[in-house]
Design a protein around this ligand. Structure first.
Ligand SMILES: [Zn+2]
Length: 287
């Protein structure tokens, strides 16, 4: 499932191809996405110029001239890519947008949304206020890169240290920090040398800072490698990610820890498969 680094890679790939182009819906597939596409969005979208392409949590936001926003979520298997219009459409392509230069006519490029399992979505928000309401209603927490000191310490105190939930569950909660999913939660906890089953309330401030640093370090490393491809994920130019080659713990059950050579363990926390080193990430109540 695409997490922050994958979505950020898509955004960075798409930005030069989309910014300043005019958008129009060229084709809508028959099968419904998780949030169904509405035909009434097509008229107001026609010929709109894309002002900016950005990420918020795991959402891809196309800011359009005139305050509207076209917002994509990749769900589990979504792929949002630019392609030549002449390139044949692949199976499971649900939405196709023509891209035109602002002054010239139709360009030969298209933006295509493909999603095998259809947990993804594309939604038009007619105003900035509507988009903001949507993010507030979905309880989307702050971006991990925005959580700098000393703000992080106060935030952690408020949101996390009062929580009896385990660290794994806390990192997966999009209302606490946006964009972290199963892979990067495990990798960040290994980086911070914290047991995923520890409760948030057991963390001293120094360990909380280590956790914040672990999250940021792992996400930055993954973005530098264009994210991780486990199955379907590709960036905005159709290329696979490379970070799956560098996982320290995720999917490495039984293999030696890169730090201490202890066999890595797997357990189930917050309903998700969780990977960790029993030695480097010892369960302690302090520190
Ligand atoms: Zn270890």
């Amino acid at each position: 499932m695409p997490e922050l680094p994958e979505v950020e890679t898509v955004v960075r790939d798409l930005r030069p191809h989309l910014t300043g182009r005019r958008l129009s819906v060229a084709r809508v597939g028959d099968k419904a996405l998780r949030r169904p596409w509405r035909r009434e969005w097509e008229q107001p979208l026609r010929g709109r110029v894309i002002e900016q392409v950005r990420r918020r949590g795991k959402w891809i936001v196309l800011d359009l001239v005139g305050e509207a926003h076209l917002v994509f979520h990749l769900g589990m298997t979504g792929q949002l890519t630019v392609a030549d219009a002449a390139e044949p459409l692949r199976d499971h392509t649900h939405l196709v947008f023509d891209l035109a230069e602002p002054k010239r006519g139709r360009s030969a490029r298209q933006l295509r949304f493909r999603d095998i399992r259809r947990f993804g979505s594309a939604t038009l928000f007619p105003t900035t206020a509507a988009l903001q309401r949507f993010f507030v209603a979905s309880g989307l927490g702050p971006e991990p890169f925005d959580l700098a000191e000393p703000w992080w310490a106060r935030y952690w105190q408020k949101r996390v240290r009062r929580s009896k939930r385990c660290l794994k569950a806390i990192l997966l909660d999009q209302t606490v920090v946006a964009g972290v999913g199963n892979i990067y939660a495990d990798e960040a906890l290994f980086e911070a040398k914290l047991h995923p089953g520890r409760s948030g309330s057991s963390l001293a401030p120094v360990a909380a800072r280590r956790l914040r640093q672990g999250v940021v370090t792992v996400l930055e490393r993954a973005i530098a490698k264009r994210g991780s491809t486990i199955r379907d994920y590709v960036g905005g130019e159709g290329l696979r990610g490379g970070y799956q080659e560098e996982f320290r713990v995720y999917g490495r059950t039984g293999k030696p820890c890169v730090r201490c050579r202890t066999a890595l363990a797997r357990t189930r926390l917050a309903g998700r498969s969780t990977h960790y080193c029993p030695k480097c990430q010892r369960r302690k109540d302090e520190g």
